[in-house]
Design a protein around this ligand. Structure first.
Ligand SMILES: [Zn+2]
Ligand SMILES: [Zn+2]
Length: 72
């Protein structure tokens, strides 16, 4: 297993958030992965919750805090 799954950077070049290392993503605690639950419909038509692991959407897998508003 790769112990450093996080990306260096998100898609933005010159991203002010990726440039800092002092703020880790609150949603994945800096791992770049998170495990949300998502509803799936089973064969009987029942909604069940399934835990999935995916790239953290809040930091795009960088493990660094990202917000929708730029710094400053
Ligand atoms: Zn970024
Ligand atoms: Zn994250």
């Amino acid at each position: 297993m790769d112990t450093t799954p996080t990306r260096e950077c998100c898609a933005l070049t010159d991203c002010p958030w990726c440039g800092r290392a002092d703020l880790v993503c609150r949603f994945c605690a800096g791992t770049g992965r998170w495990s949300p639950e998502r509803p799936v419909t089973d064969s009987d038509g029942m909604i069940v919750w399934e835990r999935i692991t995916e790239e953290c959407r809040m930091c795009v897998g960088t493990g660094k805090e990202h917000r929708h508003t730029p710094l400053g």
